[in-house]
Write a protein that binds this ligand. Structure first.
Ligand code: DGL
Length: 266
């Protein structure tokens, strides 16, 4: 038994899609969230910047006495996961390997679309891992850089979001994919809008689900589950405007009176 928290890191509010799954699958676990909302989006930045920013954030989280960490950001998982694992001595789980496993398990025609940020798509991390699952899988990737600002601004169900989704996804749909990985943790917040464009016949994969199942396996195997019965101690650290984050938390996970702390990393 280990009653310390699980750390969850993202550039902004996207990691809340992982928090939502954690709260379902591991309801006793405490969560310490870090959203680098002052510097979101990461996905249009250089590899060097993504590595530097994520290292600074994890240095902060590492001092919060966490027992394990989820990199709830595909961009950071794609570009900086190995570096972070080398640098920090704790169990660190990214979202790309679990997401690739899930996609490969659900596809029937072995044509898998991946949508993500520029940096995630450029890294080729999903192609590599989805092929590792099954060499016969064909992967079609599409960067959707405008999705993140749309989600951060709370416009996920708007006409703009719908038009943007059509613009980005038309090409993938015409490639006859039967599965699309939402390869950015912000995108499941857009899931209803994406569904309107892709229809019923394409599976939408949310890597957060398999990531959280993997975390549960790790905690169980190593006897690290939190056995306190009720936990109300989740903390959300952010680097910018608290009100906007509070509204997103309420809209997306329906957490009332969350403990939000704005921090300055300098
Ligand atoms: N939510 C993140 C991801 O999964 C990052 C988006 C961004 O900051 O560009 O890729």
């Amino acid at each position: 038994m280990d009653n310390r928290a699980i750390g969850v890191f993202d550039s902004g509010i996207g990691g809340l899609t992982v928090v939502k799954e954690l709260m379902k699958v591991l309801p006793n676990e405490k969560i310490v969230y870090f959203g680098d909302t002052a510097r979101v989006p990461y996905g249009n930045r250089s590899e060097e910047a993504i590595k530097r920013f994520s290292e600074e954030c994890i240095e902060f989280l590492n001092k919060k006495d966490i027992k394990a960490l989820i990199i709830a950001c595909n961009t950071v998982s794609a570009v900086a996961l190995e570096m972070l694992k080398e640098k920090f001595d704790m169990y660190i789980l990214g979202v790309i390997v679990p997401g690739s496993r899930m996609a490969s398990a659900v596809t029937k025609n072995k044509k898998i679309g991946v949508i993500g940020t520029n940096a995630t798509v450029l890294s080729g991390a999903y192609e590599k891992n989805i092929k590792k699952e099954n060499l016969e899988n064909a992967v079609y990737s599409k960067a959707c850089p405008l999705f993140v600002p749309i989600v951060e601004d709370g416009l996920s169900d708007s006409k703009i979001a719908l038009d943007m989704t059509e613009f980005y996804l038309d090409e993938l749909i015409s490639q006859d994919v039967d599965t699309i990985v939402m390869g950015c943790t912000h995108y499941p917040i857009l899931e209803n809008t994406i569904k309107l464009i892709v229809g019923e016949n394409i599976n939408l994969v949310n890597p957060a689900k398999e990531t959280v199942v993997e975390m549960k396996r790790y905690l169980e195997k190593n006897n690290l589950l939190n056995e306190e019965l009720k936990n109300n101690n989740n903390i959300f650290y952010i680097t910018d405007d608290e009100n906007k984050f509070r509204k997103n938390l309420l809209d997306f996970i329906n957490i009332k009176n969350p403990n939000i702390k704005k921090v300055d990393l300098k």
